[in-house]
Design a protein around this ligand. Structure first.
Ligand SMILES: *[C@@H]1O[C@H](CO)[C@@H](O)[C@H](O)[C@H]1NC(C)=O
Ligand SMILES: *[C@@H]1O[C@H](CO)[C@@H](O)[C@H](O)[C@H]1NC(C)=O
Ligand SMILES: *[C@@H]1O[C@H](CO)[C@@H](O)[C@H](O)[C@H]1NC(C)=O
Length: 263
């Protein structure tokens, strides 16, 4: 119920945004969007299909056709699922296309980013409100925006959602864990240095989380530093390290607190 309300208000906001845009010509309805995606799919994978066609000739048993259909079905389901999660909306506007990329973390909608793309003479990002520390133009290049606009938007959405999620985790750490001191973080939330206090003897552990893969919500490296040089190598602390690698940081700290590992 709550989710529905959030979605409805989000939708209303987006709708207002669209309607208030003077340049708006067509709001793409979901059915049309699917057609558009399908036709984009076709264009992008024409070459692949030609290859597949040849393979089919070789291996034309009913079983393999069924398997292919099942694979295609799964592929389509994944695609729809992905688009559902990332909540990308398109509309035509002026010379091009405006994509709205919604970010969310743990069922909470966060910022929505807009990217306007001119379609002619070649695809070009004209306006956007993506933060400057997200490498928009190199993402466009790496994901071949010219030939595969959807892959570009999916990649961008991954980066934006991971950033929004890491930022939200940092906010939750500050809100929920008053005894944890955040010493350092950066705008991309790809580094987090915290001072953890151990119960009893009041000694502290410096904990560094390093999010090298910017499309992920979880760190790729965890590092402990302590006066007791042996501590980070103790098997228990290795387990705490795994915990921090596998669990969003605010939740990992909750477990460590319950466990009386930290104050
Ligand atoms: C981040 O972690 C990787 C792998 O553990 C390491 O090589 C790199 O030096 C770390 N960077 C920072 C800034 O800590
Ligand atoms: C983390 O380390 C503490 C202290 O050594 C230990 O008691 C606890 O079991 C460890 N946590 C996990 C999840 O293993
Ligand atoms: C800490 O938590 C882990 C996993 O939740 C558990 O296996 C471990 O026994 C706990 N340690 C203590 C000291 O409570």
């Amino acid at each position: 119920m709550k989710n529905k309300c959030t979605f409805f208000s989000l939708f209303t906001t987006l709708l207002n945004f669209c309607v208030s845009s003077a340049e708006l010509t067509v709001l793409i309805l979901p059915q049309n969007l699917q057609k558009l995606r399908a036709s984009m799919d076709k264009q992008c994978s024409q070459e692949e299909e030609e290859e597949e066609e040849e393979e089919k000739m070789d291996d034309d048993s009913e079983n393999s056709q069924l398997l292919q259909l099942m694979a295609r079905h799964t592929q389509l389901k994944d695609l729809l699922h992905a688009h559902h999660i990332i909540g990308t909306m398109f509309k035509y506007q002026g010379k091009g296309l405006c994509a709205s990329l919604t970010t969310a973390y743990e069922g909470v909608y966060l910022e929505t980013y807009n990217v306007e793309i001119d379609l002619k003479p070649r695809l070009r990002i004209s306006r956007h409100n993506v933060p400057p520390f997200i490498p928009l133009s190199s993402l466009a290049e790496q994901s071949n925006m010219q030939t595969d606009i959807r892959s570009f938007l999916d990649t961008l959405s991954k980066h934006l959602n991971a950033f929004a999620g890491r930022k939200q985790q940092l906010k939750l750490v500050k809100e929920l864990h008053k005894s944890v001191e955040v010493l350092e973080s950066n705008v991309l939330c790809s580094v987090l240095v915290m001072l953890l206090t151990l119960p009893g003897e009041k000694s502290t552990v410096l904990c560094t989380l390093n999010y090298t893969d910017h499309t992920r919500l979880l760190p790729s490296g965890v590092h402990f530093e302590c006066k007791d040089k042996a501590l980070p190598d103790a098997p228990e602390w290795k387990k705490n390290c795994s915990l921090l690698m596998e669990t969003p940081v605010h939740k990992a700290l909750m477990t460590m607190k319950k466990n009386e590992t930290i104050l």
